[in-house]
Design a protein around this ligand. Sequence first.
Ligand code: S3P
Length: 172
Amino acid sequence: GIARRLDRPVVLVGLMGVGKSTIGKRIAALLGTDFVDADEEIERAADRSIPEIFAEFGEAYFRDGERRVIARLMEEHHGVIATGGGAFVDPETRALILERGLAIWLDCAIDTLVARTARRDTRPLLKDGDPHEILSRLREQRGAAYAEAQIHVLTDDGPHNETAYRILEAIE
Ligand code: S3P
């Protein structure tokens, strides 16, 4: 039941473009709980966009901020949290999420990720090369970390709405 589902935050992890924010909002609505996007919280805390944070301070600085923001979000007991694609790869952030949350790895075909990420130009890691190559390499580097998530869900088939329902079934 719902009470059981909500005894820990549901945390969506996985590569850029897999649908963490969109699906996260749907799950939160279906569960009647709140949704928070870690990337947006980092931007608010830094008063800068993610491309600006990467350009001005570098990726290591971004990861430190990301770790702190996610620790705070986990403490605040949000219902559903979408994380940036690299968050769960950081060992400390991953340990925290696994300990206090229910991690859901969203995965799909690289071609789908390429198509989805091409719609917005807000991802510093994709700006200096061929997105297909970069995303394939990231999937290889990060797959073992993502696989530690308690629940794995493929988001290729059907609209995000259906994926959201499949996730609810998996949570119960
Ligand atoms: C990143 C993913 C982005 C954002 C940053 C770095 C990554 O979030 O946190 O650009 O390392 O995969 P999305 O997964 O929401 O695009």
